[in-house]
Design a protein around this ligand. Structure first.
Ligand code: NAD
Ligand code: 0WE
Length: 256
């Protein structure tokens, strides 16, 4: 049974075949959804376009979320081509490299603004545009977060603060958009070796540390995140909104 037959989804955050957003795209497509893709700049277009075309995508557009014109262009196109929207996936985060290595106390104003703008504010502006296309369609908005918002993960720094703002935004957006029947949720994923993780020194050690301590005694993969995403964007979770679902082999529940 195709759970998302006839549904239309726009996905922000595919960089390559390892991206969590790509695993989610494949899962949604596998359930019959039609998907529009965006990519953050020309260099990534070369990676994203072949992946997107491989699952029959017709709408593939540039969107750097720090640029309002590019955001407007994406939603203008969706309105023109589709006339409506059912699902928005937000899987975007960025902080300057030095802000993930220096102590948090050294974070400058510019680095703070960049991380919060790309990683948290973007959900607000994208949700506002999406909601206008979701009128009367029981829409679902889903973002990706990480436990560094709740507890200190050394070096996650300003990204942890941005994820805390993102998770609070999920709750405020759920409140605003709930009366329109639109649900807003987040998945808090355990560490996965994607492009965003590749640049992090000591990531391998982090994976070992997590799998050692997690109740399930292992790490997770992007496909497992995608299965949880399927639940959160489908009717299976019709009464779930404002929630942060941990997909982390249980790591977050441990105290000692
Ligand atoms: P990824 O590198 O594949 O995805 C990150 C995406 O953010 C990329 O597609 C990149 O193009 C996009 N991006 C960065 N700056 C942007 C901008 N200005 N405008 C538009 N897009 C921009 O890595 P990923 O691990 O798949 O990350 C996806 C999401 O999952 C992120 O929100 C990340 O915080 C979250 N997450 C990742 C992990 C992990 O361990 N990999 C764990 C928990 C949560
Ligand atoms: O959200 C993330 C990573 C997001 C990220 C990654 C980079 C690397 C390259 C944001 N900005 C940048 N900027 C770059 O220049 N994760 C959940 C993965 C991650 O990142 C960490 C982690 C984990 C887990 C950083 C420190 C400690 C743990």
């Amino acid at each position: 049974m195709e759970m998302l037959k006839g549904k239309r989804a726009v996905i922000f955050g595919v960089a390559n075949e390892r991206s969590i957003a790509w695993a989610i795209s494949q899962a949604l497509h596998g359930q019959g959804a039609e998907i529009a893709f965006t990519y953050a700049g020309e260099i990534l277009e070369k990676r994203v376009r072949p992946l997107a075309e491989g699952i029959g995508a017709k709408i593939i557009l540039p969107c750097d979320v720090t640029k309002d014109e590019e955001i407007d262009q994406v939603f203008d196109t969706l309105r023109k081509e589709w006339g409506g929207l059912d699902i928005l996936i937000h899987a975007i985060a960025f902080a300057a490299k030095e802000d993930l290595s220096n102590p948090y106390v050294q974070t400058g104003r510019q680095g703070f603004h960049l991380a919060l703008d790309v990683s948290a504010y973007s959900l607000v502006v994208l949700s506002r545009h999406a909601a206008a296309l979701m009128e009367g369609r029981k829409g679902s908005i889903l973002t990706m977060t990480y436990m560094g918002s709740e507890k200190v993960i050394p070096h996650y720094n300003v990204m942890g603060v941005a994820k805390a703002a993102l998770e609070a935004s999920v709750r405020y957006l759920a409140h605003d958009l709930g009366p329109k029947g639109i649900r807003v949720n987040a998945i808090s994923a355990g560490p996965i070796k994607t492009l965003a993780a590749a640049g992090i020194s000591g990531f391998r050690e982090m994976l070992h540390y997590s799998s050692d301590r997690a109740p399930l005694k292992r790490n997770i993969d992007a496909e497992e995140v995608a299965q949880a995403a399927l639940y959160l964007v489908s009717d299976m979770s019709s009464a779930v909104t404002g929630e942060v679902v941990h997909v982390d082999a249980g790591y977050n529940i441990m105290g000692m």
